[in-house]
Structure formats: C-alpha cells, structure tokens
Design a binder for this molecule. Structure first.
Ligand SMILES: *Cc1c(COP(=O)(O)O)cnc(C)c1O
Length: 379
C-alpha cells in the first residue's frame, strides 16, 4: 500500500488545472491528427494521473501511454472503479522499461509493453509461458540513440519474432529527436519508412504505426500523420515549438503573501549577499521555494511573480520554502494577497515557457518538478 502523502502546505500553495483548456488543446491536436495516444507518463507530467485521466476519458480518449507499469495499472484501476462501461475499451502502453518479474502483471491486465532490444526480448520470452499472450510495441531507434532496435537489426528481429507464437505486435514506432532540424527529421522518417517496409516485405503482422509527438505534430502539421500521434506536452498547454502555436495554458500555480516589511537602501534580503538593496523597498514573503519545485536558478534571472496584477521581482536567493519579492510599487498589498507564480493574474501572465527561460530549462522540467504535496485542483 502506498502511504497517503501528507500535504503540510495544502493551504499555502495550490495548483489549478484548467480542464476546459485541456479540452481545447485536445481539439487543436485532433485538428491535425484525429487519433491520439495521450501520454500520461511520469504521473501525467506531474499533474497527477488521477486528475487528468477522467478529463481525457470524458473527452473520448481511449489510448494512453505511461512510463511505468505501475502507472498503467493505476489507469486500469481507475477505469474499473470510475468508468466500468469502458473496461476493455481503454488501451494503455508502457514506454519505459519493465522488469521481467512484472511482466505477468502486464499479461494479466492486458497492458501493452515496449520492446527495444534483443536482451529484453529474450528475457521476456523466457519468462512467459507459451500460452500467455503479450501485447508489444516494437520501438526502433531512428536517430535519438536512446531506446530501440537499429535499422540494420530489423531482419534479425523479424526472424526472431516470427518463431515466438505468443506475441501480438501492436505497433512499430519511433521517436523524433531534433524536430527543429528538418534535414535530420526527414532522415529519421526515411529510416522509419524503410524499417516498416521490411516488416511489410516479410509479411509480419503488426497493428499500427506512430512517430509523432507534440513537436513533430505542430511543426509539420499532418505531414507525418501515421495511425496515431503520441501527445503529451500539447495537452498540458506547453508550447512544443519555440514559436506560439495557439495552445491554451492549463496550469496556474499560486500562493499568497505571508509577511510584508519595509527596508532601507543598503539592507540585505535573503541568504548571502546577492540581495543588497539599492533603494528603499517594501518586500513581501511568499511560502514557496525550491522544496516545492521552484527552480533555484531563477534567482539569477529577472524572474518575477504576480501580485495584484503587477510584476513583483524576486529578490535575493530562493529559499527552501520561501521567496522574497519586491512589492514597493504594488498598491493595496496586504498579507493574504494572492500571488501567481505561473499563470494569469489581471492583464499579466507568466507562462511555463517564461518560467523555463528564467530557470534555463524546458517547460516539462518545470511542470514535473512541482511537489506532489501541492494540492491539484481541477477548475
Ligand atoms: C514523452 C514522449 C512522447 C510525448 O512527447 P510530447 O513532446 O510531450 O508530446 C511521445 N513518445 C515518446 C516515446 C515519449 O517518450
């Protein structure tokens, strides 16, 4: 049994998830490719499978991808509990590695797994009794050099799987590593096409093909539509490309002012000596810090939060569970005033992309770091 997480700071920080905007993002995705495998890996990019899955099922999604078998089982259990009429109609594939001793769970629950090298294939075949059928996706490496068989291994792989009686090949898939680079992307696609044609030439039965994730989908639109698109970040409102694609923001992380003080020029703020004031200031303290997933690196940027619809710059170092911000120019500031760390307030907005730039990282890294103790609220 997993122990229930204690939410010590439940009253102090909240993460709101905009379900309407998830739906609007899904529509945008489906305008390009109708058939979507919704990626819920790493607890739905940190937002929580429990929160996100029902929204997606209610929107008609029936194919999901996770990183781990535990997440896939969680999806199956939520379906059994909350969507009994959907049992048997929801498919879940695992993208990451499964230990042999967990394989039977996949068989028993109809969970689809990924096979990406020969050692894994042989181990799995040894573990599975002949009568147990397993659903597998075969992953090919077309350039990312992370997981997957290489093109030159295709024929050897086909020979091996032809004599395994109990696997159902659900798909042949790959992943694009450098969507910004058109030449490289086209090379990867061409490699994938050649691999698929070897399967076809050998008359190996397989289900479907998929290669699109959010960046490929939004950059090339329908150009590389195979049977499915595997989409994560676009659902959650992250921008898949460096330019705006019109996706809607999904998350709002907010807190409140818990202390206010007036300081004079020359006084220091927070740890160390970074926060020496060049003028008199009023500062506010907010109970959010790196323990909650606020990247400490943002203290070296022009990062700000929003208070009363205005920008309040972060001053000095980010602490474990607090930050200090400049509220000198903010009228009617008081203890309890709402503070937005990511999201909209008044006419201002801090996007995940903006936060990622401040932290010198990517949007997914911001989202997945927000501590599980922060209450997720569907709005
Ligand atoms: C994470 C992942 C996806 C989804 O990628 P997004 O860019 O978030 O849409 C698709 N396929 C694989 C193999 C992945 O690891």
């Amino acid at each position: 049994m997993q122990q229930k997480k204690e939410k010590w700071y439940e009253m102090l920080i909240k993460l709101e998830i905009d379900t309407e905007n998830i739906k609007r993002n899904l529509e945008k995705i489906k305008e390009i490719n109708q058939n979507v495998i919704c990626v819920l890996k790493d607890d739905a990019y940190g937002l929580g499978i429990e929160s996100i899955l029902p929204v997606l099922i209610n929107e008609g999604c029936s194919y999901f991808a996770t990183a781990y078998i535990g997440e896939a089982l969680k999806i199956k259990n939520i379906v059994k509990r909350d969507f009994p009429d959907k049992v048997g109609k929801i498919s879940v594939m695992v993208l990451n590695y499964i230990e042999e001793n967990e394989l039977k769970k996949a068989v028993k629950n109809g969970i689809e797994i990924t096979i990406f090298n020969f050692e894994q294939l042989e181990k799995y075949v040894r573990v599975l009794k002949n009568e147990e059928r397993i659903k597998v996706h075969i992953k090919f490496n077309t350039g990312m050099n992370r997981l997957g068989f290489d093109e030159k291994e295709t024929e050897k792989l086909i020979e091996k799987i032809k004599v395994i009686p109990n696997i159902d090949i659900m798909s042949i898939y790959s992943h694009i590593s450098d969507v910004g680079n058109e030449k490289e992307t086209e090379k990867q696609i061409a490699r994938y096409e050649r691999i698929v044609s070897i399967f076809d030439k050998n008359e190996v039965k397989y289900g479907v093909k998929h290669i699109q994730a959010s960046p490929l989908l939004f950059k090339y639109k329908g150009k590389y539509n195979y049977d499915f698109a595997r989409v994560g970040m676009a659902i959650y409102g992250m921008e898949p490309l460096s330019e705006k694609t019109g996706l809607y923001p999904v998350v709002k992380l907010s807190s409140k002012i818990i202390n206010i003080r007036k300081l004079s020029k020359g006084e220091k703020v927070s740890y160390g000596s970074h926060g020496i004031l060049k003028e008199n200031k009023t500062v506010g303290v907010i109970p959010v810090g790196y323990a909650h997933g606020l990247q400490k690196q943002i203290e070296n940027s022009s990062a700000y939060v929003l208070v009363n619809g205005k920008k309040a710059k972060i001053l000095g170092e980010v602490c474990m569970d607090m930050i200090i911000v400049d509220v000198t120019e903010i009228p009617e500031i008081k203890i309890g005033s709402e503070v937005v760390i990511v999201g909209k307030q008044g006419n201002e907005e801090i996007t995940l992309l903006q936060m990622a730039e401040w932290a010198g990282t990517i949007q997914d890294d911001i989202l997945t770091k927000w501590n599980k103790g922060i209450k997720r609220i569907l709005v």
